[in-house]
Write a protein that binds this ligand. Sequence first.
Ligand SMILES: C[S@@+](CC[C@H](N)C(=O)[O-])C[C@H]1O[C@@H](n2cnc3c(N)ncnc32)[C@H](O)[C@@H]1O
Length: 225
Amino acid sequence: MEKQRILIACEESQIVCKAFREKGFEAFSCDILECSGGHPEWHIKGDILKQLDKGWDLMIAHPPCTYLSRGGCRWLFQKGKLNKERYKDGLKAKRFFIKLLNSNIPKIVIENPVPHKVFDMPKETQKIQPYEFGHPHQKATLLWIKGLPILKPTKIVKPEYYICSKGWRHSKFCANWDGKKKSKTFISIAIAMAEQWGDYLIKQNKKVRNSAQAKKRGYINAFIK
Ligand SMILES: C[S@@+](CC[C@H](N)C(=O)[O-])C[C@H]1O[C@@H](n2cnc3c(N)ncnc32)[C@H](O)[C@@H]1O
């Protein structure tokens, strides 16, 4: 049986790619950056838009969110006025996101933080939190899902916080992590994706093969009669 091919778009850490490899899938990460996950043989360095029509069964994408996210809105509106340059960058990021979402791949998942409403992004399929997957952190992450079931929580834990010098509450992981570290997928979420969506792909593939075999048997029986 041919292995199913999985593309992890905009991923240099290879965290999700490696979780799918563990499950036996032919997974590749793709990013304009070199990979930092230690498996360059599973990494495509280049523009993701040139890889979309290469016969993938599933794509999980982590497109850049800097200009789209609600977290970046303090830069989008300064003293109540729209920062036009920043808005243009946001629209460009939205076009990139939509190209990924509309690509011709049978199963697609796009992951991003909550976008600013000014960009009028498509409605997400579900919202997940790291604390639903065993990490004691709060960071709302949205998933836009096509052709797969929603991701089920695997271990709900209590999120941890700290109070900054201004007296505001922040999720603990914000304290020491830089932007790059914060953008990496939490390992337990990657494992949940590979376990749940990997199993779903395997089961679906089996069903397709069984019904093809049954059809073939039907033709042979009809011919014998
Ligand atoms: C929000 S980060 C996601 C990081 C990811 N979660 C990981 O663990 O590596 C977005 C990534 O998209 C990559 N990127 C931006 N434009 C791209 C393009 N046209 N093709 C491929 N990757 C791109 C960036 O280099 C960056 O690593």
